[in-house]
Design a protein around this ligand. Structure first.
Ligand code: ATP
Length: 312
């Protein structure tokens, strides 16, 4: 066991009849990381999360939590919010949260302190005595999240936590994840919301058709997938033919302004052997430069690239 990893997935396989849901998947989740589990519909994400949580048994391989194979015992270390939510409609909010916390072995007094903090964070204090069925869908989702976290798990696993949330509650969830992370928890979340993953996560694991395609820090994944593209915004339009003729670029296209900055935006491919300075000198002959950066691929670009390659 490597102590840097809270979770080690080793050659996991799972079949449903002759359908292969997980095909020899191996990867690690570093302690203290925020890892995004990505993959198209049907990739095997939920199956993987169920095995990690001891809800489903694999057909081979293992999931180790702090070096111990996933079982009912290791589940107290984990806070898992499944994709299909499961609250008791008629139970009152605070009873529900305490019930789930105690199921995971939490101490009553401590559970109350943590519950109060999270009810306050999610603006639910006034609703604590209401029955779950009386709450809006978004507020029920908040109760589900608090029930997942109230026993202060080391490893927090959230399956599609943003679904059903408006942008305000999405922001609150991001704040909560940040708070958990600062307290030392490791977070793994599955989502199709690429901008949110890009904003929150330090690492990703991408699976498709039961195969692991990439597991690395977002920084490395972006760096390893970048091309020679640059983004440039100028104060006034430039004559792109002049720039092409100068030999510093091989392609130029107008594009959407980055962050809706005013000016004229271009995506450029720099010519081999030319420096950024060579390019900027040429552009500056025509206009003031407002913004210039290396264009790194977005997570959506990376997701599409890897899954398309595998589908070919
Ligand atoms: P989504 O993003 O749509 O939630 P996912 O990545 O979570 O998808 P899984 O739910 O793990 O994907 O499904 C992986 C594959 O296994 C799919 O082809 C699915 O149809 C199949 N599968 C999952 N659970 C079962 C089951 N209980 N019985 C039969 N097939 C299943």
């Amino acid at each position: 066991m490597n102590n840097d990893n809270i979770l080690e997935i080793r050659n996991l396989r799972k079949f449903f009849g002759d359908k292969r849901a997980l095909n020899d998947v191996s990867f690690d989740v570093k302690r203290g990381s925020i890892t995004g589990l990505l993959g198209p519909n049907g990739a095997g994400k939920t199956t993987l999360l169920r095995i990690i949580n001891g809800i489903m048994v694999s057909d081979g391989g293992e999931a180790l939590i702090n070096g111990t194979p996933a079982s009912l015992e290791t589940t107290s270390l984990i806070g898992y919010m499944p994709e299909e939510r499961g609250l008791y409609d008629k139970m009152r909010v605070e009873d529900q949260i305490m019930y789930f916390g105690q199921l995971k072995g939490g101490d009553k007094k401590r559970l109350r302190v943590v519950m109060d903090e999270y009810l306050d964070l999610f603006n639910l204090t006034a609703d604590r005595r209401r029955r779950v069925k009386e709450l809006s869908k978004g507020n029920q989702q908040k109760v589900q999240i608090i029930s997942t976290l109230v026993h202060e798990p080391e490893l927090v696993i959230l399956d599609e936590p943003f679904s059903g949330f408006d942008p305000i509650n999405g922001q609150l969830l991001e704040e909560l994840i940040d708070r958990l992370h600062k307290r030392g928890a490791t977070i793994m979340l599955s989502s199709h919301n690429m901008p949110a993953i890009e904003e929150i996560c330090s690492d990703i694991a991408l699976i498709n058709k039961g195969n692991l395609l990439v597991n690395d820090s977002i920084m490395n994944v972006k760096e390893n997938n970048k091309d020679n593209s640059l983004l440039l915004t100028t104060a006034s339009p430039i004559d792109t033919n002049i720039l092409m003729d100068s030999g510093v670029i091989t392609d130029i296209r107008t594009t959407k302004p980055q962050n809706w900055r005013k000016g004229e935006a271009y995506r450029i491919i720099k010519a081999e052997g030319k420096s950024n300075m060579d390019l900027l000198d040429e552009v500056a002959l025509q206009s003031d430069i407002l913004h210039f950066e290396e264009a790194l691929p977005s997570l959506t670009d990376i997701f599409l690239k890897y899954t398309k390659e595998e589908n070919q």
